[in-house]
Design a protein around this ligand. Structure first.
Ligand SMILES: [Zn+2]
Ligand SMILES: [Zn+2]
Length: 139
């Protein structure tokens, strides 16, 4: 990896430091997901950046574990501290990284909201950004 990639990339990790990574390719921004799976996985809605899987490099992954959350995807988390970290679809060469796991400042902004048809009833989305009822891929 070049020093330029390191300078432009985003570092992140879990609460205990058992998982540390560098996303070498800078994502466009953050997309939230309000689906029922993300709500349970994160304890609230999900917020992700999407990057090519082969541009994510791990400095530490000793406690990284994967849970098969559906027929087509796995969710990555820290088996020691419980931080929710990743979503990856079997058919995709990309990985979604939980935006909250990134070191601050990210310099990113939230772009849009996905799966708002499934959002929980205890909050409203009032930031004026685009809201897709289902996947953000379709809009
Ligand atoms: Zn951890
Ligand atoms: Zn979701």
């Amino acid at each position: 990896m070049s020093e330029g990639a390191k300078a432009n990339g985003l570092a992140g990790g879990c609460l205990c430091g058992g998982v540390r990574f560098l996303a070498a390719e800078r994502p466009d921004g953050v997309i939230t997901c309000h689906c029922g799976q993300c709500r349970r996985f994160h304890g609230h809605f999900g917020a992700y950046v999407t990057v090519p899987r082969d541009t994510v490099f791990f400095d530490a992954d000793g406690t990284l574990a994967w849970y098969r959350s559906s027929d087509f995807a796995e969710r990555g988390f820290c088996s020691r501290c419980g931080s929710s970290l990743f979503w990856k679809g079997d058919a995709s060469d990309q990985i979604e990284i939980a935006a909250g796991s990134l070191d601050q400042p990210t310099g990113l902004v939230t772009l849009k909201h996905g799966y708002v048809a499934d959002k929980a009833d205890y909050y409203e989305i009032r930031d004026g950004l685009e809201q897709a009822p289902g996947s953000t891929e379709a809009v």
